[in-house]
Design a protein around this ligand. Structure first.
Ligand SMILES: NC(=O)C1=CN([C@@H]2O[C@H](COP(=O)(O)OP(=O)(O)OC[C@H]3O[C@@H](n4cnc5c(N)ncnc54)[C@H](O)[C@@H]3O)[C@@H](O)[C@H]2O)C=CC1
Ligand SMILES: CC(C)c1ccc(C(=O)O)c(O)c1O
Length: 260
């Protein structure tokens, strides 16, 4: 490395980049969209309810961020393709894809219907396949891109603590997919990583019984739940040019939950 490069300040800005965040109307996805926007990216906020997505985008525009809302059911491949086409038309090619949309299931396996199993797999896992399939060709043509999947400690541990083996199976598969895709996309200078949160305060976890919440918190050395902003900060790092040598990584952002 020459002296100029060695002393150049680190640059985490995303100016000129287009980011697509799924499940961005609220919670972790919304915080990620805001944070990427504050780093300079144009942001497409995708969510199931088009009006909620548009309201969320309006909140970003009020902060001076270039943003659009897009309605999509990420479990539907054709809708995902249409979403990417719309984003590309308005904002140009997707440089940063954040696969965040997800649902949780807490039913013990024997109480789970096949329909619920299929719905969790469709939204938490198939969606990642559909979104990647829609953006990857453009990233490969441009020989650049960042794909960041939101996994879960449940996908690493196998769930169980909260009786959610189905959710854990979907997130475990997202982790494996992240590693496999990193190998496939690496030769095109595209990185593929995951952020793996533990208990984070959002609508998803607001339904947790106080006892279950306390049980999880007791295993977190930092002794508090995560905030959506905690997760967004890790995503911004992985989306930046400075993370160009990080791929196939499953980054725990979990208050120490996964420490041995
Ligand atoms: N909150 C937590 O403690 C943790 C969350 N996660 C993961 O983080 C991600 C975000 O979770 P939260 O913000 O907590 O959830 P949330 O329930 O607060 O927000 C999820 C968003 O995804 C959207 N969404 C759901 N199904 C969709 C579909 N079919 N198509 C498009 N959008 C859809 C919802 O409308 C909502 O806006 C999820 O993948 C979740 O599994 C992982 C570990 C911990
Ligand atoms: C992230 C959520 C609240 C969480 C935390 C811990 C486990 C587990 O260890 O079983 C889960 O399954 C979770 O969904």
């Amino acid at each position: 490395m020459n002296a100029a490069a060695a002393y150049a300040p680190l640059n985490f800005t995303l100016t000129g980049r287009t980011a697509l965040v799924t499940g961005a109307a609220r919670g972790i996805g919304h915080a990620i969209a805001v944070a990427l926007g504050h780093c300079g990216a144009r942001v497409a906020l995708a969510d199931l309810d088009p009006q909620a997505a548009e309201r969320a985008a309006e909140l970003l525009r009020a902060q001076g961020i270039e943003a659009i809302g897009v309605g999509v059911d990420v479990a539907e491949e054709q809708q995902v393709q249409a979403m990417v086409t719309q984003v590309e038309r308005l904002f140009g090619g997707v440089d940063i894809l954040v696969n965040n949309a997800g649902i949780v299931s807490t039913a013990p396996l024997l109480e789970l219907t096949t329909a619920e199993w299929n719905r969790v797999m469709a939204i938490d896992l198939n969606s990642v396949f559909f979104c990647v399939k829609a953006v990857l060709p453009g990233m490969m043509d441009r020989r650049a891109g960042r794909i960041i999947n939101i996994a879960s400690v449940a996908g690493k541990r196998g769930g169980g603590l909260l009786g959610n083996s189905c959710y854990a199976a979907a997130k475990g598969a997202v982790i494996a997919l992240t590693k496999g895709l990193a190998r496939e996309a690496g030769p095109f200078d595209i990185t593929v990583n995951a952020v793996s949160p533990a208990l984070t305060d959002t609508e998803m976890t607001s339904v947790l019984a106080p006892q279950a919440r306390a049980q999880v918190l007791a295993q977190m050395p930092l002794g508090r739940a995560g905030t959506p902003r905690d997760i967004a900060a890790a995503v911004c790092f992985l989306a930046s040019a400075e993370a160009g040598f990080v791929t196939g990584e499953i980054m725990d952002v979990d208050g120490g939950f996964m420490r041995d």
